[in-house]
Design a protein around this ligand. Structure first.
Ligand code: FE2
Length: 525
């Protein structure tokens, strides 16, 4: 009898484990399918519901509107009073979980687990037992807990992935636009293309370029996108008026997310255009010394605020327009504007916006010198130097909070950071003119002794361009106080390279680099 009981218990345990495996592997399989978020969450709720013989709902918060969406998706008019009651009950329970006072809630016929925890919760998984007087058994409660934890991980990745994809797409757009500047033929066309690009990249309702007429002391709308373009094109107003006037006078750029509250805001343009400015960004054209106009983007779409990332894109665009206004580039294969764009962007990623471009410019010149010294021809040396300039481009997809974190990174943050070399290569691969540089960028964190990433390549399996970038980057980082926590003297930086020769760095590379760095070093400091 005792033995029979044990067998029954064993069978139960095996069957519970079987259900558990089915649910978890089912969710993992769903992740691999190319289905949208709605479909994924609807199917996930169904899968878990079948496993626990209960009605399961997944509810997810929209981070922008803070509204809940329920899965499986159902039409509002299909909902019975019972369904609505269940949803309301779940929401009420969720509020108590969100307060942080409870991890989860189980009751007779009901359980609710948050996806994420406390105020960072992204939603919840809820189950209603058909027999509302029955408590869910402990193994089902445990399964539910694990499902919520897995959904949290999946959602985190999805957010990261969509952020990453959107940064990459914007970056590519910016590169394409800047490259097209080298083919500028007509001034008006160029200005119009620029405002369209600004509106497209920062996602706003309207963008405009206003140029200064120095004789009349007015700013004139020279190109405008959006519904009000016809009304505004050619419109002039005093060059000291409004936020545009302020930017022109001070040479500053700004994000103004509550336009009406700014002391510089003038509503005159809105009145003429029949427009309502909620928020805007502004940057000067022509540089702060001799400004010739301003570029403005108005009303970020979907009621959002403009972000510092948006400002970065507008600044880069403004500085490129300035370059073209001053002097059209002559070398279409490697236009100066393109290099500046990349240099500004990459220095910004490292240290917040700064116009001196020191790090990226250093990388460009030292990598070229070193490639030539190692016997590479002019074309290859130029490719390697351009790759050196762009080597950290993948950091565009790393969240700012990680990039600029003052203390050491957690394991999870470090894993995200390490993806930048592969992401950078992916960005370059998509550009016809830059795809050859992708391997140099992908492997710039490999080490000579095979202990680097992403693939742990060793010795000469690492492309020469990547070995050159590794040496130049480390040298420059030591001199510029990046990553090493202190600034090295020129002699100490060279000494450090020699110590790590044959371990981190290619010894031939270090040998060739030392005399170059001695020569260039004083200039770089
Ligand atoms: Fe890097």
């Amino acid at each position: 009898m005792e033995e029979n009981k044990q067998i029954v218990l064993l069978r139960e345990t095996v069957s519970q484990l079987d259900i558990r495996c089915k649910v978890i592997s089912g969710l993992v399989k769903l992740m691999d399918m190319t289905i949208g978020k709605d479909e994924f969450l609807s199917r996930a709720a169904k899968l878990v519901g079948e496993a626990v013989h209960a009605e399961v709902m997944i509810a997810v918060i929209d981070s922008r509107t803070e509204q809940f969406s329920f899965y499986p998706v159902r039409n509002e008019d299909e909902l019975s009073a019972d369904d609505t009651g269940k949803r309301e009950h779940a929401l009420k329970i969720f509020r108590t979980i969100e307060d942080g006072s409870l991890g989860h809630v189980e009751d007779k016929g009901f359980m609710c687990f948050p996806i994420g925890s406390g105020v960072a919760a992204r939603g919840m998984v809820v189950a209603f037992n058909a027999d509302s007087s029955e408590q869910f058994p402990p193994h089902e409660v445990k399964l539910f807990n694990d499902v919520a934890a897995l959904l949290e991980k999946i959602m985190e990745q999805a957010v990261l992935l969509s952020d990453m994809n959107s940064s990459i797409i914007k970056m590519q757009k910016l590169f394409d636009i800047v490259k097209s500047f080298s083919k500028v033929t007509g001034f008006q066309q160029f200005i119009e293309d620029s405002v369209r690009a600004a509106a497209d990249i920062v996602e706003c309702e309207a963008a405009s370029v206003m140029l200064l007429d120095n004789e009349k002391k007015v700013l004139r709308f020279t190109a405008v996108t959006g519904d009000a373009s016809e009304k505004l094109l050619g419109f002039e107003f005093p060059s000291s008026e409004g936020i545009a006037g302020w930017a022109l006078k001070t040479g500053r750029e700004a994000i103004i997310n509550e336009a009406g509250e700014s002391e510089h805001f003038s509503s005159r343009v809105d009145e003429i255009a029949g427009f309502s400015t909620r928020n805007l960004m502004v940057a000067t054209l022509g540089g702060s010394e001799q400004p010739v106009g301003v570029i403005e983007t108005v009303n970020k779409v979907n009621g959002q605020d403009f972000s510092s990332q948006d400002m970065l894109y507008l600044s880069i665009l403004a500085s490129q327009i300035t370059q073209v206004l001053k002097q059209p580039p002559r070398d279409p294969a490697m236009p100066e504007t393109f290099i500046d764009t990349a240099a500004i962007l990459l220095d910004t990623l490292e240290a917040g916006y700064s116009p001196h471009l020191k790090h990226s410019r250093n990388m460009l010149s030292t990598a070229r010198e070193l490639a030539l010294a190692m016997g590479q021809d002019e074309k290859t040396a130029r490719d390697i130097s351009l790759a050196a300039l762009l080597h950290d481009i993948g950091k565009i997809a790393v969240p700012q909070a990680i990039l600029q974190k003052p203390g050491p990174l957690s394991d999870k943050e470090w894993e995200i950071m390490k993806k930048h070399s592969v992401t950078g290569a992916a960005i370059l691969k998509k550009s016809a003119g830059l795809s050859a540089l992708a391997p140099y960028v992908k492997y710039h964190h490999e080490k000579w002794d095979g202990t680097g990433y992403p693939e742990g390549l060793k010795g000469k399996d690492i492309p020469l361009g990547a070995r050159i970038i590794a040496v130049c980057d480390a040298f420059d980082a030591m001199l510029c106080d990046r990553n090493y926590g202190r600034t090295f003297t020129l002699a100490a930086a060279i000494e450090e390279l020699i110590i790590n020769s044959n371990k981190q760095f290619d010894p031939e590379c270090v040998n060739a680099a030392v005399p170059i760095f001695r020569k260039l070093g004083e200039k770089l400091l």
